[in-house]
Design a protein around this ligand. Structure first.
Ligand code: G4P
Length: 530
């Protein structure tokens, strides 16, 4: 066991994953409220509005009422420093979300009590699973008609193949939702309905479920049901096992109503108690542990500047080790250049402020002109290439053409930059003049066209193609690869880093190529190793 420096041991870096509408924004807001980072509920959204007002390209986002950009919010609670990484909820932007998940140490999964596990929850859960990430579950909207809590637990267990253990048990639901019984601390927590969570909730410590205090505080039918159900659930579900949780094999489940601030305090207390401090990060060379004294980190997200007239971007760097101090010079491993970090920023809830210092687990924002790419490593000199930052095969491919043919070169440059930023996949076919742009969700074409127009001054059209998907191709044998490339020239393109990609016209085309070339690998994801 390594001993972490105290500031690192205090860090809890996590993300909330959920299907759109399950209540991620509401819960985020309430967590910030509990953490004292915002005063008024509603601030997350209104801050968003202000931010958006500066940014032309986010028109699409504003019109559609979806949140495209992810951000970081830092707050203190019970002696811990929480870094909450926001993830865009809309499914079209999931690639960004996946990358955010490479930068956190645990996740909170929000489930709508009426809807249960939904498509997006499952997808995001799978990514957490791949990384053995500890997951805490929050079943939200208990103040509405919900599914039976036993069915919900069963659904999580069956469909996600993870052990579940309730940390609290709900008392009633919908208009009859009275609160929860805290199974870990034997407490009754009653919901204060009138105040929408502005007043603290009434909590009563009980001497177990047989405590007569329960009979005084709850209506008779509710106490009877609670006792029966808790007896059943204790018989059916395993007890909370910290190691199983830390290994990603068990999820503690909280029930609540984010909009009423109910269950949020208990969820936070659970995170304080159990969520892990910064974990080790894998690299090609070796595992980097958070107790190492030298600074290292990787870029997991790039955000274009809010000012469309400038090319500035912010690279989000997850610190994996060391104690960062302002003015430090770090080595940009991919280009082997020194980078003086005088103006890196920290994201203290509503404000950005210059990062005077930061520790493993923190996220710092580095303003730059496009020299930092997703997956890039910064170190105090060592050659490190972090692993696990994925690129996904796009599910929609369109051809990009400048409205004015004289602007083709400019379009090429814009697309290259957007690809480096991770906003889209960009492929240059070996045969033909068009660029092929690939995205995970079709809505992104609008966002891209808007950005290329406003930020690069190139009016662009996206046109349908007959292509259905792209696969990165690779083979152990160089000669075989050359032969494959020669034979498939018309179906091949290069991605923005020059790696070869097979563009499939239909499922049959892809299957056939796989059968004809059994020793060539057709990869749906590419790990970005800088
Ligand atoms: P998201 O970020 O996951 O997409 O969800 P968000 O928090 O925006 O919540 C989606 C809708 O669910 C919102 O309603 C929100 O008020 C509501 N909601 C969140 N938590 C609860 C809860 O505990 N109980 C109930 N009953 N509703 C909840 P909306 O009508 O879409 O937006 P708004 O007008 O309320 O902002």
């Amino acid at each position: 066991m390594t001993t972490l420096p105290a500031p690192v041991a205090r860090r809890r870096t996590f993300a909330i994953i959920s299907h759109p509408d399950a209540g991620k924004t509401t819960l985020t807001e309430k967590l910030l409220l509990f953490g004292g980072a915002i005063q008024l509920a509603g601030a997350v959204k209104s801050r968003g509005e202000q931010r958006r007002a500066h940014s032309d390209w986010m028109k699409v986002e504003r019109e559609r009422g979806i949140s495209v950009t992810a951000s970081v919010m830092t707050f203190e609670y019970a002696d811990k420093t929480f870094n909450l990484l926001d993830t865009p909820g809309h499914e079209d932007f999931s690639e960004d979300t996946y990358r955010v998940l490479t930068a956190v140490d645990s996740a909170v999964m929000v489930i709508d009590a009426a809807r249960g596990i939904q498509a997006q929850t499952r997808k995001l859960f799978e990514v957490c699973r791949l990384r053995d990430m500890p997951i805490t579950t929050f079943i939200n909207k208990m103040d509405r008609e919900a599914q039976d809590p036993f069915d919900l637990l069963d659904e999580i267990e069956q469909s996600l193949q993870i052990d579940v253990t309730p940390a609290a048990w709900p008392i009633g639901m919908g208009s009859q939702f009275l609160g929860c019984y805290d199974l870990l601390n034997d407490r009754l927590i009653l919901m204060d309905k009138a105040g929408r969570g502005e007043k603290p909730h009434q909590t009563e410590t009980c001497n177990g479920l047989d405590d007569p205090k329960l009979d005084e505080l709850l209506p008779e039918h509710a106490v009877t049901e609670l006792r029966e159900q808790v007896e059943m659930v204790r018989g059916l579900c395993p007890e909370f096992d910290l190691n199983a949780y830390l290994e990603g094999n068990m999820t503690p489940v909280f029930f609540g109503s984010a909009i009423n601030s109910f269950g949020v305090g208990e969820l936070l207390a659970g995170l304080v108690e159990h969520a892990p401090p910064p974990r080790s990060q894998p690299s090609v060379e070796r595992e980097i542990t958070p107790d190492e004294s030298k600074v290292s980190g990787f870029v997991f997200k790039i955000q274009a500047n809010m000012d469309p007239k400038h090319r500035d971007r912010i690279a989000f760097l997850r610190l994996c080790s060391g104690h960062f101090k302002r003015g430090m010079k770090l080595r940009h491993v991919r280009t082997d250049k020194q980078l003086a970090l005088n103006n890196a920023v920290l994201f203290l809830s509503r404000d950005r402020e210059l990062a005077e210092e930061a520790w493993a687990g923190d996220i710092i924002g580095i303003p730059n002109h496009g020299n930092l790419h997703i997956g890039d490593a910064l170190t105090e000199g060592e050659d490190l290439h972090f692993k696990g930052i994925p690129s996904f095969a796009p599910e929609h491919l369109q051809a990009a053409r400048p409205t004015d043919p004289m602007r083709a070169k400019h379009l090429g440059r814009a697309l290259q930059q957007l690809a480096e930023e991770g906003a889209a996949s960009v492929f240059k076919p070996r045969v033909g003049a068009d660029w092929i742009v690939g995205v995970v969700g079709v809505l992104l074409f609008e966002v891209l066209a808007d950005r290329i127009r406003t930020e690069y001054d190139v009016p662009v059209q996206f046109e349908q193609t007959s292509l259905i998907t792209a696969r990165w191709v690779d083979a152990a044998d160089d000669n075989l690869m050359k032969k494959f490339i020669r034979a498939n020239e018309t179906a091949l393109a290069d991605d923005h880093k020059g790696d070869p990609v097979f563009l499939a016209r239909n499922a049959w085309h892809l299957d056939r190529a796989g059968e004809d070339w059994p020793d060539v690998k057709f990869l749906a994801t590419k790990e970005q190793v800088a």
